[in-house]
Design a binder for this molecule. Structure first.
Ligand SMILES: NC(=O)C1=CN([C@@H]2O[C@H](COP(=O)(O)OP(=O)(O)OC[C@H]3O[C@@H](n4cnc5c(N)ncnc54)[C@H](O)[C@@H]3O)[C@@H](O)[C@H]2O)C=CC1
Ligand SMILES: O=C(O)CCC(=O)C(=O)O
Length: 488
């Protein structure tokens, strides 16, 4: 039984207008808490639609870049206010479309508002330096200039925050945008575009085209009218995006996977460590690139930690993200649920010991959703698939070590290096971890997930393209430096 009588059809947003795709085809976006509920229909766009969006962004670019930074910032303030007014509706749509709990969705939307205000302020900050010239009569300075049209390709796990932390700096520095959201959360993205429209941004400054990654995502990578591409998603696709952009000389920025460790030292506050492991690993159903995945515990406290962790996990309520007592919602899609269940199966086959969870949840009322039980494995060895690959689901892998040095070695034994935490009271342990942990985010007595919008965000090793997003770091990607020499 499908519930789609009230489902609306959402169009592409191009040049300040809502336009259907040239394909005349739409796709249903469904609720992962109940596969029979259609949230809305979104366009299955074609290369022709993308081309129109690029043209609109190119035409808007000339006037937009000529506006002063403060004037562009003013538009961002307006957008922030509109988004804030629609916060409840957008958050509820996000929960219905990708499953995270309503408080998390509201928190994420509020973060979107805060990001917009932060970058609105950036419009008033400096965009260059004066550098002494060897010519005493010359004036030498740098000026940051926009790149042109920026392609923004985003995943489904933070359908408001990630697009905004890319689009806001892109436009405040004078670029225009072609935005391709994940198809799984394209209705939420369309509601974000409704805010752009209501805020009165000039037509063409922000354009959205929905559709398949292989068509619209790849189309953005290959389009000669797009000067730069910013991407968040899987490392397989990220690599393709980077290679494609490099091949035609476009600038690119990639934010990809993680296999984030938490170390629980023998002197840790175990209650704090358990709470942070559960929150960092299982909130948003483990679907964060910063989610805790490997839990490396010193043997002296292993049993005590394990017992407390299992008690805490057993108390978690799984259910529809809209229900007020739900702690953890479903996986965002059937495909994602199958991926997670596949990793759990691999864990079992490779000899890890299942302590709790491990199955799909099909309790009455949840049988039509993509729910997976919160899952904890132990006896996980570094060579196992569940210790190496990003699972992106509610799965924790416990690993026991004797010494902290061993813990650090294990924590660094990964091709990823996004986020890492340690729980300890010892300053020496903390300093060693800060120095020797190869991760872009290093956190002490705090969970591995959680990003602050005013600080640089990005990973080491294969987690990113070695660049940083957010905070002041964003200017590095979204602008080019012009060095100017003037002699009177
Ligand atoms: N780092 C992160 O925040 C995220 C990581 N992931 C990881 O990726 C796995 C798979 O999730 P997916 O949704 O399939 O991620 P994905 O990497 O396929 O999708 C991310 C975005 O890239 C687009 N895309 C797909 N193929 C493309 C191509 N050839 N060229 C350009 N863009 C393309 C998608 O349409 C989407 O907008 C997850 O299990 C998780 O491990 C997924 C989402 C976010
Ligand atoms: O931890 C966070 O708040 C952000 C995580 C993130 O950027 C991601 O999962 O893509």
């Amino acid at each position: 039984m499908s519930v789609h009588t009230q489902a609306q059809t959402y169009q592409n947003y191009i040049g300040g207008e809502w336009r259907p795709s040239a394909s005349n085809q739409v796709e249903a976006s469904i609720n992962p808490a109940n596969r029979h509920e259609v949230i809305g229909y979104v366009q299955k766009s074609t290369a022709e639609d993308l081309d129109q969006a690029v043209k609109a962004a190119q035409s808007a670019q000339i006037a937009w870049r000529k506006l002063s930074g403060p004037a562009r910032g003013e538009y961002l303030y307006r957008l922030a206010n509109v988004l804030e007014r629609h916060l409840d509706d957008i958050a509820a749509t996000m929960t219905r479309e990708m499953g995270k709990t309503l408080p998390e969705a509201k928190g994420e939307t509020a973060r979107g508002v805060a990001i917009l205000r932060y970058y609105a302020g950036e419009g008033m900050r400096k965009i260059g330096d004066v550098i002494p010239s060897t010519d005493s009569e010359g004036l030498m300075f740098t000026s940051r200039v926009p790149l042109g049209v920026v392609g923004v390709i985003t995943p489904w796990n933070f359908p408001v925050a990630i697009p905004i932390w890319k689009i806001a700096p892109a436009i405040v520095y004078g670029n225009t945008v072609v935005f391709k959201p994940a198809q799984e959360t394209a209705v939420t993205a369309a509601k974000l575009m409704e805010c752009v429209d209501e805020a009165g941004l000039p037509p063409g400054v922000v354009n959205m085209v929905t559709g398949a990654g292989s068509v619209i995502g790849q189309g953005i990578v290959d389009h000669p009218g797009i000067a730069a591409v910013t991407f968040t998603g899987s490392d397989q696709v990220g690599r393709q995006v980077g290679l494609g952009a490099l091949a035609r000389g476009a600038k690119y920025q990639l934010e990809m996977g993680g296999k984030n460790p938490v170390i629980v030292a023998a002197d840790a506050d175990l209650d704090l460590a358990v709470e942070a492991t559960v929150s960092g690993g299982l909130r948003s159903t483990g679907q964060k690139c910063t989610a805790t995945s490997r839990v490396i515990v010193q043997s002296a406290v292993y049993d005590a930690f394990k017992q407390k962790l299992l008690e805490r996990v057993a108390a978690l309520k799984v259910g529809d993200g809209l229900a007020p007592d739900t702690w953890m919602g479903p996986c965002a899609s059937e495909r994602q649920m199958q991926t997670v269940l596949g990793y759990i199966q691999k864990g079992l086959e490779e000899g890890a010991v299942l302590l709790c969870g491990g199955k799909r949840v099909t309790a009455p009322g949840l049988e039509h959703g993509f729910y997976v039980e919160p899952t904890v494995f132990e006896n996980v060895t570094p060579d196992m698939t569940i210790a190496r690959e990003e699972i992106f689901g509610p799965v924790l892998a416990l690993m026991k070590v004797d010494t902290l040095q061993e813990a650090l070695q294990l924590a660094n034994d990964s091709r990823f290096g996004l986020s890492a935490s340690i729980f300890t009271r010892d300053i020496g342990n903390m300093l060693e971890f800060i120095r020797d942990m190869d991760a872009g985010l290093v956190r002490i007595n705090a969970e591995s997930a959680g990003v602050e919008l005013q600080a640089p965000f990005g990973g080491m090793k294969q987690s990113s393209s070695h660049s940083r997003e957010q905070g002041q770091a964003a200017i590095e990607f979204f602008t080019a430096i012009k060095t100017v020499f003037v002699k009177g």
